[in-house]
Each structure stands twice: as C-alpha cells, then as structure tokens.
Write a protein that binds this ligand. Structure first.
Ligand code: KIV
Length: 286
C-alpha cells in the first residue's frame, strides 16, 4: 500500500530541490488518474464553479458543494496530498465560522491542507485555522475571489513596489501559521525570489518555473477547455477532442442501429424464453 503524501514530503522535496506536481481537480475519476500518474497533490479548487458548474467566476462555489467534491477526490486519490479550497464567504464573515468551515474539509472530506485566498487583512484567519490544528496554504498574488473589486485579472508582482509588497505578505502569512504558499499569476522573478527566501513549500500557478511545485487546472491539462486560456496555461492532452469524437461515434452507432450489438445485450436462457412465450402467448421472433 502506498503511503499518503503529506506536507512533510513536500518540505523534503523543497529541501532536496525536487519539483512536485499538483492538479486542481474536482471529481473521483480524474483524481484516480492523477494518482495513477504519480502526481503529488490534488487541490480541489473553487474554480469548480466555473469548470464544472459553468459559472463565470469562482464566487458561486458553496461550502456544501466544495465538501462533497473534495470527499470525491479523496475517494479517487486516497494517497495524494489533498488540499481543499475555502470558497467565497466561507472565511470572510468571522473567525469561528472560518475555523468551522475549514474543519469540515478535514473531518468530512479528508483534506490535509486548507487553502485560503488571503491578503494582510486575513492573517487572523490563517492563525485561527492553524491554531485549530489545520495546515493552511496561503493563496496570494492573483486571487480570483477578488474579481468583483478588480474587474479583470492581471499579473501580480510586476512592478518593484508590488513585488516587494508580495514578498512582505509572503513572510507575514508564514509568520501567521501558513505551512505552504500558492502563488497565482505572479511575475516569475519575484515568485522565484519568494520561493528561495521562504522556508515553506511554494506551489506556483502561472508564476514561472522557480516555484517548488506547479499546479494547473485538470481540464486545461487534459485539453478539455476551449476558448481563450490564461497565458500561463497549457494543454498536455486532447481529451476534449476525444470526448467529442466518442460522443459523435456513439450517436451515429445508435442512430444507425449498430449499438447495442449482441455483445452488449443480456439474454434469457432458452427454457425461460419458452416459458415466457407460453405465459404471454407471444412470439419472440426465433
Ligand atoms: O481554484 C483553483 O483551481 C485554484 C488553483 C490555482 C489551484 O485556486
């Protein structure tokens, strides 16, 4: 039996300079493939609101929904380091509620790390969740839950001032208790500097190659998404095209009467068919 990957392995990876891999995924089947492929970490991101539910932002993801899908990912990937994403309004309203919601991910869904999108105004949230015994990943840089305030996303840490502020924030969140950082949409230079100068493992999402690990959303990796993607994202497969081709072939075989064929049908034994013929006084065509 494989051992579950924990924060300790990620700390080891960082100290040995070994890159680790993460995918943001939302369901049992994809999680199984991720574990089979040797991925280290599954982050159940609130991007599920967009990529599973079809909303135009992450804001509609609810706690109940996130707990259900996090538990599904845990069932599919029992050994991956499992990170659950605190959705919009699950930690902004009060510390007690933040701790309770974070605890649901640990107790009901088997999450090992709780990811929270933070600024310096959320240091007390990190401390409260961490003091309650949970590992916190502080998500800084581009924060999709902030979309209402900024209107559209752009890279973070691109000016000297923004970059040095981001480094200060990175130090603050670690001091508050974060055991890991996620840097999203951050300029490569400052992401690398933060990674080298902060002791905790740093996962980069669109933040260049200098981070300790990388994450992309599974639908992008698999080639399921169409339309414009962020500059940093890349498809490594053609699952979207293959899905389309499979659905078309299925529809064409059904309409042409080729499916289901005999190989995919159940049959009654001859004796049972004879009895049924008598009961119904019907002809079954043989
Ligand atoms: O919601 C999400 O998928 C994320 C990724 C950056 C991990 O936050």
């Amino acid at each position: 039996m494989n051992a579950k990957i924990t924060i300790a392995e990620l700390v080891n990876a960082k100290s040995q300079g070994r890159k680790f891999t993460a995918v943001s995924c939302y369901d049992y089947l994809t999680a199984r493939f991720a574990e089979q492929a040797g991925i280290d970490m599954a982050i159940v991101g609130d991007s599920a609101a967009q990529l599973v539910l079809g909303f135009d932002s992450t804001l509609p993801a609810t706690m109940d929904y996130m707990v259900v899908i996090t538990a599904a990912v845990r069932r599919g990937a029992p050994n991956l380091c499992l990170v659950a994403d605190m959705p919009f309004l699950s930690y902004q309203v009060g510390l007690a509620e933040a701790v309770k919601n974070a605890g649901r991910f640990a107790a009901e869904a088997g999450a090992q790390i709780i990811k929270i999108e933070v600024t310096s105004t959320h240091l007390n949230v990190i401390k409260a969740v961490s003091d309650a015994g949970m590992a916190v990943m502080a998500h800084i840089g581009l924060r999709p839950q902030n979309i209402g305030k900024i209107g559209r996303f752009k890279a973070e840490g691109t000016t000297a001032e923004m970059a040095s502020e981001l480094f200060e924030l990175a130090k603050q969140v670690v001091d508050a208790g974060a055991v890991s950082l996620l840097l999203e949409g951050v300029a490569t230079e400052i992401a690398e500097f933060i990674t080298k100068n902060i002791q905790v493992p740093v996962v980069g999402c669109g933040s260049g190659p200098g981070c300790d690990g990388q994450v992309l959303v599974a639908p992008d990796i698999l080639g399921m998404t169409d339309g414009p993607k962020p500059k940093f994202s890349k498809s490594f497969g053609r699952a979207g095209q293959e899905t389309l081709e499979a659905f078309k072939k299925y529809a064409s075989d059904v309409t042409a009467g080729k499916f289901p064929d005999d190989e995919h049908c159940y049959h009654m034994k001859q004796g049972q068919l004879d009895s049924l013929r008598q009961i119904l006084n019907a002809d079954f065509g043989d």
